[in-house]
Design a binder for this molecule. Structure first.
Ligand code: GTP
Length: 501
């Protein structure tokens, strides 16, 4: 029972613990998901605003060029316009103008490090072949004017007749995005990614220049993006570093760029794990105390129940012993009949019952005839044996269950007969006398040579006064005396005065 209790407590604890661990893990991941959603939103807004700033700058530049022309005379003004534009939009690295052949016409930069021409650039070829007047965001490239990694945003410049006049390009330093990414707390294993919507990396945190321009279109995150659409969340193990992360991603509304932020599952759960270890240790101690106390308590209850059971058994044994002792204390050891004590108690009870119930009560006093001579002739032990046989005969000679047969004293026996009148008492006395005579025990000292008894019978009926019990005994004794006087071996009733009382 105590072990069952301990097992039950431990099982309940483990079950509840398992459920709460799962629940707490889910809660942590849910709140991390909200964090990544908010981060992604801020990063998306920032990327959108930055590209939009470049686009707005280009709109002004292209408008001015298309209105004022791009000939040699306009060049100084163009340069000033470009430099002012860069100053107005701090996100911009450079704003440059290229002619229809891809040759550099003007740039906001004062120093040009590379070859100032872009005929092979993807965006140049795009604008040369597309007449649309929208901004074009290209994959990151190394700037031809500064050599830095930049994100080009470009617009087509048209001649008045709508033919291709060249390209205006505003570049945003990749570092500008990287610095903004660094303002977020993503733990030691989180990640932020800005990529083209074809899977080409613009910049990633942790920063790695080797990753700029890398193709992640085969990656799991990109595949998740393709599956779910413009935005979503997912838990993935990154191919780049093998870390399991909770990702949130979103495509910019106006530009072909995707932003993703991610927190490592290990980082997310680290705090919780620390707390969990602490609380689990405390819970384990409490559980252990509970088990020990509960175990001891149940052992004590068991022991108490055992002690109570032993006590119950001892009490039952005692009751049996008491009953035996009580029976023995009321029994005559020689004849097995009741003893004088039993007679006195039974007489008082039966007499009271007869008074209460208005019934009759009879008493027989039975005395062995010439027993002194029997003893003298056959010896005292033989006398004892004779008395035993007489006792047996009394018990055998069908008295009613309520009758009480006792050894009244010495060789004198008595039988109390409830609800019996004088006639009944005489009849019963006769039956006893005959039964004893029928034993045919030799007695040379007796007038008829056999053991016989004399019986004195007395009875009393309704209207008794309760002090008359002794009168009944006296009457039976007198009757017995009369039987002896009358020659023994006979039944005599008491004088009418007694029996009709
Ligand atoms: N063996 C034996 N004898 C007993 C016992 N109790 C009484 N006696 C004897 O019974 C005898 C009774 O003798 P008495 O009272 O003189 O009467 P009786 O010889 O029977 O003569 P009557 O009663 O007149 O017929 C005595 O000798 C007692 O010793 C007993 O338990 N065992």
């Amino acid at each position: 029972m105590a072990f069952a209790f301990v097992a039950l407590v431990i099982l309940s604890f483990v079950g509840a613990e398992g459920w709460s661990v799962w629940q707490a893990r889910q809660d942590c991941l849910d709140s991390a998901r909200v964090t990544t959603i908010n981060m992604t939103r801020a990063l998306t807004q920032h990327a959108n605003d930055t590209i939009q700033a470049a686009d707005i700058a280009l709109v002004g530049v292209v408008e001015a060029l298309e209105n004022d022309g791009m000939d040699e005379a306009a060049k100084p003004n163009i340069k000033t316009l470009l430099q002012r534009t860069v100053v107005r939009f701090p996100a911009l690295n450079t704003v440059s103008i290229y002619d229809s052949q891809g040759r550099g016409l003007a740039t906001s930069r004062t120093v040009i490090t590379g070859k100032f021409a872009i005929p092979r650039r993807e965006y140049f070829r795009y604008h040369a072949s597309h007449g649309d007047a929208t901004a074009h965001v290209s994959e990151p490239v190394r700037s031809v004017t500064s050599g830095q990694w930049v994100l080009p945003v470009s617009r087509r410049i048209n001649h008045p007749d709508g033919s291709f006049a060249g390209v205006a390009v505003a570049t945003i330093e990749i570092d500008y995005f990287a610095q903004y990414q660094n303002t977020f707390d993503i733990g030691s294993n989180g990640a932020i990614l800005l990529m083209m919507d074809n899977g080409t990396v613009i910049v990633r945190r942790p920063y790695d220049p080797a990753l700029i321009g890398a193709d992640l279109s085969k990656g799991r995150l990109y595949r998740a993006y393709l599956r779910t659409g413009e935005q979503g969340s997912t838990v993935l193990t990154a191919v780049l570093d093998g870390k399991e992360r909770l990702y949130n991603y979103q495509r910019l509304a106006d530009y072909p760029v995707i932003v993703s932020s991610a927190l490592a599952v290990d980082d997310v759960l680290a705090h919780w794990r620390e707390d969990k270890q602490r609380t689990t240790a405390i819970e384990a101690v409490v559980l252990a105390v509970l088990c020990v106390v509960g175990y001891r308590l149940i052992r004590l209850i068991d022991e108490r129940e055992r002690a109570q059971e032993e006590l119950r058994q001892a009490k039952a044994a005692l009751e049996v012993t008491n009953k035996t002792l009580e029976r023995l204390s009321l029994q005559d050891a020689l004849t097995g009949l009741g003893n004088r004590r039993l007679f006195d108690t039974a007489l008082a009870e039966e007499f009271a019952r007869a008074v209460r119930g208005g019934t009759s009560l009879a008493l027989l006093l039975i005395d062995v005839d010439c027993f002194k001579r029997y003893n003298d002739e056959y010896g005292h032990p033989a006398g004892d044996a004779c008395l035993r046989q007489i006792g047996d005969a009394l018990l055998r000679t069908g008295s009613r269950p309520g009758d009480v047969a006792v050894r009244y004293g010495g060789e004198e026996l008595a039988v109390l007969l409830p609800d019996t009148d004088e006639a009944g008492a005489i009849a019963m006395g006769e039956r006893f006398r005959i039964a004893i005579h029928a034993l045919e025990m030799l007695h040379v000292g007796s007038p008829i040579g056999m053991v016989t008894v004399s019986v004195g019978a007395a009875a009393c009926g309704p209207g008794l006064d309760s002090s008359s019990a002794q009168s009944l005994v006296d009457a039976a004794d007198t009757a017995l005396y009369t039987a002896k006087e009358g020659g023994r071996n006979q039944v005599r009733a008491a004088a009418p005065r007694i029996t009709n009382c």
